[in-house]
Design a protein. Structure first.
Length: 331
C-alpha cells in the first residue's frame, strides 16, 4: 500500500494514492457470504475503468472501487483536519465504511456503489445516530434517493485519478434566497474539506427532502424562510383580525336577528290575540244579527196581527152601526 504521510502529533496520513492490490475488498453487502471463486475474483480485480459506471451490487470490481474510495476518503478527512479516521470501524452493532472524529463530532460515511434501499438506509442512519454518530453521510450513485437521505451522488466510482465529482444531493441558494438542487457538479475533495471544517452541512429543504449546502446558503435560506414565516404570520394575524371582526359582526347580526325574531313572535302573539278578539266580536255581531232578525220577524207578525184586529174591529163597528141605523129606520 503506497501511503504518503505527514509527521505530526498524531502522524496522520494525508492522502492514500492506491490501496494494496493484494488486499481483499469488502463486499457491498457485509453480511452476505461469498464463494471462494468470488473471493479469488475480488482479490485479482483491480476495479473498473474510468467511465464504466457499474451499478451491480455484487460486482467485485465495484468492491475494489468502493475500497479505494474509502481509503481515499480517510486520507482526505485526515488532510482536512479530522483528528481520527478509520475504515470499517465498529459503531455499536454495525460496521461503518468510514468513521471520523473531530472534537465532539463523530461522523460516519456509508459508501454504496449500487442504489441504496431507502428503508434499510433510513433504518441504518437512525441506528447510527442513536449509537452516537452526530452525522451520517451516504455516498451512492445519483438518483431520487439522494434527496431522501443525507447522501451525495457520485458520477463515477472509478474516476480517473480519484477525481470524484458530486452530481446529486447538493443544494445551492437560488435568486429568491431559497436553496434548490445544484445544477453544476462539485469536487468530492472540496465537499469533504468543507464538511470537516463545518462549512458544509446537511439540512431539510422542506418537510420531505433535504440536501447538503454551505452554511452561508443555509443561513440565507433560513433568513428567507424566516421572512416568509413572518409574512405568513402577519397575514395570519390579519386574517384572524378579519375573522374576529366577521365573527363580531355575525354575533351582532345574530343578536339583532334574535331581537327581531322575538319582536316578530310578540307581534304574531298580538296579531293572534287581535284575531281572536275579532273572531269573538264577529260571533257577537252574528248573535246580535240573529236576535235582530228574530225581533224584526216578531214585530212584522205583530203588525200583521194588529192590522187584522183593526180590520175586524172596524167591521164590527160597521155591523153595529148598521144594526143601529136599521133599528132607527124600522121604528
Amino acid at each position: 500500500m503506497n501511503t504518503r504521510r505527514v509527521e505530526g502529533p498524531r502522524e496522520r496520513a494525508v492522502a492514500l494514492a492506491e490501496p494494496d492490490p493484494h488486499s481483499k475488498p469488502r463486499a457491498a453487502v457485509r453480511n452476505s457470504t461469498e464463494s471462494d471463486s468470488r473471493g479469488r475474483a475480488a482479490r485479482d480485480s483491480r476495479g473498473h475503468a474510468a467511465g464504466e459506471k457499474c451499478r451491480e451490487t455484487d460486482c467485485p470490481e465495484c468492491g475494489w472501487d468502493v475500497r479505494r474510495l474509502e481509503y481515499w476518503l480517510r486520507g482526505r478527512l485526515l488532510a482536512a483536519g479530522a483528528e481520527d479516521a478509520q475504515v470499517n470501524a465498529e459503531v455499536g452493532a454495525h460496521t461503518v465504511d468510514v468513521l471520523w472524529r473531530k472534537g465532539d463530532r463523530v461522523c460516519a460515511i456509508e459508501v454504496s456503489s449500487a442504489p441504496p434501499e431507502l428503508a434499510r438506509a433510513r433504518a441504518l442512519t437512525a441506528e447510527l445516530r442513536t449509537s452516537g454518530c452526530s452525522e451520517v453521510l451516504w455516498i451512492c450513485p445519483p438518483g431520487f434517493w439522494t434527496a431522501q437521505l443525507p447522501a451525495v451522488g457520485i458520477d463515477d466510482f472509478a474516476a480517473d485519478g480519484c477525481d470524484y465529482r458530486i452530481v446529486g444531493g447538493l443544494l445551492a441558494s437560488g435568486p429568491g434566497g431559497v436553496v434548490s438542487a445544484r445544477q453544476s457538479a462539485w469536487e468530492l475533495r472540496e465537499f469533504v474539506t468543507g464538511w470537516v471544517t463545518e462549512q458544509i452541512a446537511f439540512g431539510c429543504r422542506d418537510e420531505h427532502q433535504g440536501g447538503w449546502a454551505t452554511v452561508t446558503d443555509w443561513e440565507r435560506h433560513t433568513r428567507t424562510q424566516a421572512a416568509v414565516i413572518a409574512r405568513q404570520r402577519q397575514e395570519l394575524m390579519n386574517q384572524r383580525t378579519a375573522l374576529a371582526l366577521a365573527r363580531k359582526a355575525t354575533r351582532d347580526k345574530t343578536k339583532q336577528l334574535l331581537r327581531m325574531t322575538h319582536r316578530l313572535e310578540r307581534a304574531e302573539i298580538a296579531a293572534q290575540q287581535q284575531a281572536d278578539d275579532l273572531a269573538q266580536t264577529k260571533r257577537k255581531i252574528a248573535d246580535h244579527n240573529r236576535v235582530d232578525a228574530t225581533l224584526r220577524l216578531t214585530v212584522a207578525s205583530q203588525r200583521a196581527a194588529i192590522l187584522h184586529w183593526q180590520l175586524i174591529t172596524w167591521f164590527a163597528v160597521l155591523v153595529i152601526v148598521t144594526f143601529i141605523v136599521a133599528g132607527l129606520v124600522l121604528k
